[in-house]
Ligand binder design. Structure first.
Ligand SMILES: NC(=O)c1ccc[n+]([C@@H]2O[C@H](COP(=O)([O-])OP(=O)(O)OC[C@H]3O[C@@H](n4cnc5c(N)ncnc54)[C@H](OP(=O)(O)O)[C@@H]3O)[C@@H](O)[C@H]2O)c1
Length: 192
């Protein structure tokens, strides 16, 4: 993918990246943990964003690049690049009140760490030209949650996407502007 981008868009810096992969193998108790399924969860949920970050990071603007023009229209993208990776609230250790879903929780917890660590790298390489964050989309009506639709208030996928985009477009690249942290669809921080 990176080779193809480099070939087709050699001079174009990456302005907005959203890496989304996520799967859930439900485990209610330790006895339900299956090694192959757990490995699958870690591969898709943790290694996936890690390798996407590896191959996409060279496309982000460096500190000497000029800022992007502020976009017009309904969604105003800022002048810096945004690299966002999908975490999940259940990956938050401090928010964990109900347990279960061991592999999903553990693999998604790593996304908070990857986003923070990547953002620290970008602070040096890109300064205020690029930020990294993690995201929680809310509980969204997708195939992913199909088993849990009944009796729940769910966000429509387009609504969740729209709200997340507005939240990340509003973050600033300075140290206190929200970079390196996890944000939900309401613009509230989800602590790791
Ligand atoms: N829905 C929710 O309520 C909710 C809540 C919290 C967090 N999330 C997170 O939000 C993200 C999107 O979830 P969703 O609800 O939109 O579910 P979804 O429709 O099942 O989307 C899952 C995503 O993961 C990708 N994926 C799955 N297996 C993969 C693999 N082996 N290799 C590469 N990519 C793979 C899929 O790619 P393809 O489309 O190419 O198959 C798809 O983009 C996930 O990271 C999920 O953990 C969702």
């Amino acid at each position: 993918m990176a080779d193809k981008i480099r070939k087709e868009l050699p001079e174009t810096p990456l302005r907005l990246a959203l890496t989304i992969p996520g799967i859930l193998h439900v485990e209610k108790s330790p006895s339900q943990i299956d090694a192959a399924n757990a490995l699958d969860s870690f591969k898709v949920n943790a290694l996936g964003p890690l390798l996407l970050m590896k191959h996409l990071s060279p496309f982000l603007p460096t500190k000497s690049a000029s800022g992007f023009p502020i976009s017009e229209g309904n969604l105003q993208l800022p002048s810096h690049a945004i690299y966002a990776m999908m975490a999940a609230r259940v990956g938050s250790i401090s928010d964990n009140a109900s347990g279960g879903w061991y592999s999903y929780r553990a693999s998604k917890a790593s996304v908070y760490q990857i986003a923070k660590t990547f953002d620290l790298y970008l602070r040096g390489r890109c300064t205020e030209r690029a930020i990294a964050v993690a995201l929680h989309p809310g509980t969204v009506k997708t195939d992913f949650t199909k088993e849990f639709w009944k009796g729940r208030d769910l966000l429509e996928p387009l609504d969740a996407a729209d709200r997340l985009l507005r939240v990340i477009a509003g973050l600033r690249p300075d140290v206190d502007g929200g970079r390196g942290r996890c944000w939900d669809w309401k613009g509230k921080e989800v602590l790791p």
